[in-house]
Design a binder for this molecule. Sequence first.
Ligand code: NDP
Length: 328
Amino acid sequence: MTTFKAIVINKTDGGQAVQLTGFDERDLMDGDVTVRVDYSTVNYKDGLAITGKAPVVRRFPMIAGVDLAGTVVSSTHPAWRPGDNVILNGWGLGETHLGAYAETARVKGDWLVRLPAGISAREAMAIGTAGYTAMLAIMALERAGIEPKRDPLVVTGAAGGVGSVAVALLAKLGYSVIASTGRPQEADYLKGLGASEIIARNELTGPVRPLGKERWAGGIDAVGSTTLANVLAMTRYGGAVAACGLAGGMDLPATVAPFILRGVSLLGIDSVMCPLPLREQAWQRLARDLDRSKIAAMVSEIGLDDVIAAGRRIVEGQVRGRIVVKIG
Ligand code: NDP
């Protein structure tokens, strides 16, 4: 019997129990590629899964962790050979398929993206689903005609994972970035990532008017709810907002006024089932457009034994930037 270390979530009478424990390799799920996991990361969704605050996990027992960077150990998939360096984001990893907080994963070869040249496994997980989602949001804004000009873009939840990478990417691409945060003490951090202006979270959590003063050409929203409704109401004519998160709530108490009177577009971003060609493009863009020194500024590193505590902290909004988990 071969066992490896993993963060395992089990169902209990009162809810769920999560622990770092040994996992029998024979209990891995079907897949045509076996991967040695080198690094993972802690995203907001991982925090929801670990704490059980939202029904992320849909099979028990589950190994948590929605992201991995690793090395192929064995493969019957035509695209992958032992020694290949790969990334996996989403596709149900850590939700319906045994996940990334483990020394070994068995997955579908069709889910894997080749680690882009110039990015290390650690950097890939410092970016993680949060950063790859930020890139998907930027690509959606570009498709909607948004380009670096004088008008700023707003990023909400800016000191979090999606927000931090979005600020760094947009600044490098030449945008003027307004960062919205509930943590004024992170102003210097956000300016270091490239934000040109910091606004308080509560400027966007007040009552929503159908239309407000036009403040930005668009933005990337990781918060949802009243925040997203206010961002839309303050978007200038013809602008676009990419919505990817719900850290402030799942609802959207908005009116249609920004859409029908200002031609504003609301762009939905999903990283989990995103088609492979778009993923590959996003990772190539991340390799090109993300300043490495900014990754270093936003990342902290933990081991598997600290993941459960980190999962709790991220849902409380206490994590700055990105956490990588060293596994291999
Ligand atoms: P983080 O926890 O790292 O960042 C979220 C940030 O949102 C916090 O840092 C905080 O930023 C802000 N925030 C937290 N709570 C509240 C609140 N109650 N009201 C307003 N702002 C709040 O999470 P991630 O960056 O990993 O994920 C961000 C969101 O994006 C999550 O909802 C996540 O589920 C979603 N997501 C969606 C994906 C997709 O495929 N659509 C993929 C990845 C993430 P600050 O302190 O600066 O205000």
